[in-house]
Design a protein around this ligand. Structure first.
Ligand code: MTE
Length: 161
């Protein structure tokens, strides 16, 4: 079981001006990697708000994984990677490298996401792009490695099989 927080990062979504489809899409996908929803919220594209949310959630003992969606692109208001980088203890570049490399086979626009994967307070934080289609494409790539990664992070597995 991977206890998961889902954070949709969207100015319009947080004001109720756009229905969030990506957050619910992630929640639906959780069963694919034995994930359990522990938290879900929509917050605006504000660095300080994103940082505070990530720090608060990473401190929770009942959350092992935070999946964000949105704000990873090239627009002025896209600041999710900067907020994630600002609070990180360690970077996990292989996760986002693999996502970009593999999903670029579906759409070359995958290269337009600046998503980060990092560790904070023994919690894995992964940025996903904002579209419902993109979140599924990206999660499909990493669903198999998430359980082992989380087990190692939590110190539950010390030897590699
Ligand atoms: N990655 C995948 N796998 N599939 C996609 O459709 N969309 C791209 C990219 N990553 C996409 C993707 C596009 S069009 C953009 S602009 C960036 O993600 C950033 O999206 P965001 O700003 O909503 O986070």
């Amino acid at each position: 079981m991977i206890n998961t927080a889902i954070l949709t990062i969207s100015d319009k979504g947080s004001k109720g001006k756009r229905e969030d489809l990506s957050g619910p899409q992630i929640i639906e996908f959780l069963t694919e990697f034995d994930g359990e929803k522990k938290y879900y919220d929509i917050i605006p594209d504000e660095v300080e708000i994103i940082k505070n949310s990530l720090i608060k959630l990473s401190k929770r003992k009942d959350i092992d994984l935070i999946l964000t969606t949105g704000g990873t692109g090239l627009a002025k208001r896209d600041v999710t990677p900067e907020a994630t980088r600002a609070i990180m203890e360690k970077e996990v570049p292989g996760i986002v490298e693999m996502i970009r490399r593999e999903t670029a086979k579906i759409t070359k626009k995958a290269a337009l996401s600046r998503a980060k994967a990092v560790i904070k307070n023994d919690t894995l934080i992964i940025n996903l792009p904002g579209s419902p289609k993109a979140v599924i494409e990206c999660l499909e790539i990493i669903k198999d490695i998430l359980p082992h990664g989380i087990q190692i992070l939590k110190g539950e597995v010390t030897q590699h099989s």
